[in-house]
Ligand binder design. Sequence first.
Ligand SMILES: Nc1ncnc2c1ncn2[C@@H]1O[C@H](COP(=O)(O)OP(=O)(O)OP(=O)(O)O)[C@@H](O)[C@H]1O
Length: 592
Amino acid sequence: MKPEYKSTTGQMRQAVSLLRRAARPDQHHLGWAILWLAIAALLEVLGPIMGKALIDEHLLPHHLDWPRMAGLLAGVVVTGWIASGLRYLQLVRLSGLAMRSVMRLREMVYTHVLLLPMSFFDRAITGQLVSRVTNDTEAVKSLYIQVLFVMLDSTIVLIGTMCAMAWLDWRLMLIVLALLPAVLLIVWLYQRWSAPAVTRARALRSEINGQMAESIGGMSVLQASNAEQRFGQRFATTNQDHYTARLSELRANAWLLRPALDLFNIILLAAVIFMFGHREMTATEVGVLYAFISYLARVIEPLIQITMQFSQLQQSVVATARVATLLDEGAAKEHTGHATHADAANDSNAPAVAIRHLNFAYNEGQTVLHDLSLDIPQGDFVGIVGHTGSGKSTLLSLLLRFYPAQHGSIMVHGMPLDAIDNERFRAEVGLVPQDPFLLAASARENIDMGRGLTQEQIETAARAAHAHDFIAALEQDYDTPLGEGGSRLSVGQKQLIAIARALAGTPRILLLDEATSHIDSQTEQIVQQALDELRGKVTVIAIAHRLSTIRDADRIIVLNHGRITETGAHEQLMQIDGGLYQRLYLLQQLAA
Ligand SMILES: Nc1ncnc2c1ncn2[C@@H]1O[C@H](COP(=O)(O)OP(=O)(O)OP(=O)(O)O)[C@@H](O)[C@H]1O
């Protein structure tokens, strides 16, 4: 995934639409928050008006009406106090909204990632993806608090204060208003200056996560190839770039934003005092001056608040836009075909797999499979062999619907692959991958994989895979935690668990992608025995590098540069003088 440098407006639009989506169930809170914040702003605006009344009507004319004076003074204090209380409560309300929205957003992102097509993961970098789900969604929370609370609150206070100023002296208010566009100019300049740095800093942080995850994941290879220094240097460069990007962001803040706003504050005060200086001060104008100066702070402060949030706001908008981009990434085609298990089961004469004129390329112009046609009868054991890169795993990926074929067709039990609904398809076809993927969970959970299977189903599958005995010997048998990636098992045992997992779904077709490549001959025999017991009941399609494992297959398919060059049983293929299979087999015999 490359960092996307979209326009700020584009990012903002993306971010806002995502925020609205995530906050939809909490929308009513927003209405209430606006109402209470408006009431708080009104109360706050009342303070200087009461202060003005105290000065103009009592202090200057020495009209010492103590009860009314005490009332006005208490009014100034109490309105300010209630306004703060209301504002605090709205902050709590909006923070709750923010956290619930982030929770929803995380769920949305994770569920979406689970549905992405395999082609997406060919490009994706794990660390960056994890960063989207965790860091970026967390940054969205700041966006809620900033946009919803600070911005909303500050805008309401600003509007209230301007109205109160207009009521006191509209000409003075106009002067203040005329000067406000200067703030917008400052903010615009700041944004232009700092936006590229903000985007860059985020992208680099993601890159840092990516590098960390990659290095930790491949630590044994990294250390064994003495690459620590090189990786350390690469990391240091990215880290330095990140530091530089953050620094230019801070520079924009320190050199432009803060000084410009302070200067603006002084200009505004000077303008108001200058206007008063040019007028004949009457006694009543002292109160107005007091109220005006009080209000000026209430104009400047929200403006500073709004502008000071921009740096955080930009970071959050960038993060939110990246989450939105991930959510826009097309999910894998939802297969909702009506061809169910029952339909397929009825067609008992149809081949388990029928492939016609299949062509496939990962990237345009680089065809990996060329015009493949093939029938695999139900219950057959078929081996697929060929050189590295000949397209064996690709063929399996297409049978598993991980990628759509560009030309040609694949039928499973007489049904076009696309027409079978997802759930049935996954139940029908089991996979034992080359590298068994084990969760940091118990043996039971690893076989079950969230399918809600009974203990009996799990045990039957484990027995069929010859995994029951070693699982039963673990201290908590099926409930024993297997460690991260199944670290407490041998490679062969992991493979047997993976076979048990595939068998537990009672598939009618079992795909094995070099399932015996990492295991010793003894374990291989166990796997072989397990597969032999499935013969006739399940259609087995096995990719094999070690040809001894498919020697007894009903049919062996030899792939060469994405084309089927030979097919037949072992004996038949051995008859083809100079044939690829014969050469591969003899080579392996020699090596043994
Ligand atoms: N995700 C991918 N994106 C682009 N090209 C790919 C991808 N996976 C495989 N290829 C290419 O497709 C070709 C066939 O690869 P494939 O993995 O199917 O071969 P294979 O016969 O299974 O090899 P091996 O025996 O080494 O596993 C290779 O040239 C490979 O580089």
